[in-house]
Ligand binder design. Structure first.
Ligand code: IMP
Ligand code: MG
Length: 176
């Protein structure tokens, strides 16, 4: 699996150190507030698990499953929610956690739908990675682990055709 990686962008230790910083900020910001974290499956699994274990607040955890990619490296433009019921976040402060902010379609669809249909007190976004590119939908991510160039990355939750999620680092795939 490692042989398919052209270049490592963030080593495991670098990721963990950055998560320490994000967790400290989030802990400060949500002190005394009713917080629900909503992880976007499947890519945010590793990041969310590591992040939340560093946030000593009485938070709730929920998940949503959406699909905007269909197996390749190009987004299709539509965002589909897999579940029938949305998380119960009425009257709560919500932090949506995802692996990467790319076109913005996914997080825009999730945050707008939560705001419109679920009655949260606030909705903020936390992503491990944010691509420097023109977005199809503008998303204001309050917590960003790392900014990266516009290239396709895998590892630490991020996949190419459902592979490479279990790599402990984030890297760029070889073109082949
Ligand atoms: P967006 O809707 O274009 O912002 O894309 C969000 C989703 O696309 C993320 O949650 C990822 O699952 C996937 N994605 C975007 N860029 C990459 C990448 O470079 N590698 C792997 N998955 C990606
Ligand atoms: Mg994904």
């Amino acid at each position: 699996m490692d042989e398919d990686i052209e270049r490592i962008l963030f080593h495991a230790a670098t990721i963990q150190a950055r998560i320490d910083e994000l967790a400290a900020r989030i802990t400060d910001d949500y002190q005394g507030k009713e917080l629900t974290v909503v992880a976007v499956l499947t890519g945010a699994l590793m990041f969310t698990a590591d992040l939340l274990r560093r946030i000593p607040l009485p938070l709730k955890l929920d998940c949503v499953s959406v699909a905007s990619y269909h197996g390749g490296t190009e987004t299709s433009g539509e965002v589909k929610f897999d579940q029938l019921s949305l998380p119960d976040i009425e009257g709560r402060h919500v932090l949506v956690v995802d692996d990467i902010l790319d076109s913005g379609l996914t997080l825009d669809a999730i945050t707008r739908r939560f705001g419109k249909e679920c009655g949260p007190l606030s909705v903020r976004v936390c992503v491990l990675l944010s691509k420097r590119r023109e977005r199809r939908k503008e998303v204001d991510a309050e917590y960003v682990g790392f900014e990266i160039d516009d290239e396709f990355v895998v590892g630490y939750g991020l996949d190419y055709q459902e592979r490479y999620r279990n790599l402990p680092f984030v890297g760029v795939l070889k073109p082949s």
